[in-house]
Structures are given as structure tokens and as C-alpha cells.
Design a protein. Structure first.
Length: 145
């Protein structure tokens, strides 16, 4: 009980933020699943109301930073590589189901290009930030070892 109170006191003092996942953190597979489900959820919500835009872009960036924060040491590569792949797969799923394109090749292709184009700026930003952080982190870990 005193450990819980001490960690809550430290969190209130602003010194440390307690992680919601106890232990070492998420593995590579855990990071991939978490990012995919988060992007799919937000994109489904936004795609059912309008088309893909700012909310999905924020979800992509949040998934990247969430992977960095919740993952174990050594999961930065999976955190960087997965959001574009998760966005593409969730877009394929949503166009065929929620989007109503079905198996119409022309409409499916047009919706795919439109959706991926709308998410491109956010993918570019997350890629630059993610790879920069990954290389910086790997370099700092190799220097300290």
C-alpha cells in the first residue's frame, strides 16, 4: 500500500509519470497490435462520419509516441515501421466495409488513393520524427554500452 502511495505522490510532484503497463513494457508484437487497433479505431470513427483527415493523422502520431513510451527497450524499430503499414491495412479494410466500395475496382482504387493521400502529410511527419528518434536512441544506447 505504501508503494502505491509513494508512486502516486511522485506522480503528483511531477518527477515521474507512472506507466499504465507494469513490468518492462510491450514487446514488438504488443506494440504492433496496439498501434494497429488504435489507428483502426480512430480511422473507423472518422471514416464513418467524413473522410480521413486530422483525427487519423493525430492517431498516427499518437500511435508512434505511444509505441515509444509503452514499448520495451529495442522496440523503437517496430514503433516506427508499423504506423504506415497499419494505416494502409486499416484503410483497405474500411474501404471495403464502411466505405461501401465493395469489389468495384475503380471506386476501390480511387478511394484508396484519396485516403492514402489525405494521410500522407501525417505519415511523412511521423516517419521523420520516428526514424530520427530511433537512430538517436540506438546511437545513445551503443555509446553507453
Amino acid at each position: 500500500m505504501s508503494n502505491v502511495l509513494n508512486s502516486a505522490k511522485d506522480a503528483l510532484d511531477g518527477r515521474t509519470l507512472p506507466k499504465p503497463i507494469k513490468g518492462r513494457g510491450l514487446t514488438n508484437a504488443g506494440v504492433v497490435v496496439l498501434q494497429f487497433l488504435f489507428i483502426l479505431l480512430i480511422e473507423t470513427f472518422e471514416y464513418s462520419i467524413t473522410k480521413v483527415g486530422i483525427f487519423t493523422g493525430i492517431a498516427i502520431l499518437s500511435a508512434l509516441f505511444g509505441g515509444f513510451y509503452l514499448g520495451r527497450t529495442g522496440t523503437t524499430f517496430a514503433s516506427v515501421v508499423n504506423p504506415p503499414i497499419a494505416f494502409f491495412i486499416s484503410t483497405l479494410i474500411l474501404i471495403g466495409t464502411v466505405g461501401g466500395a465493395g469489389l468495384h475496382i475503380a471506386r476501390f482504387g480511387l478511394d484508396l488513393v484519396t485516403t492514402l493521400g489525405a494521410g500522407a502529410p501525417y505519415l511523412l511527419i511521423s516517419t521523420v520524427i520516428g526514424w530520427g528518434y530511433h537512430f538517436w536512441r540506438e546511437r545513445s544506447l551503443s555509446r553507453s554500452a
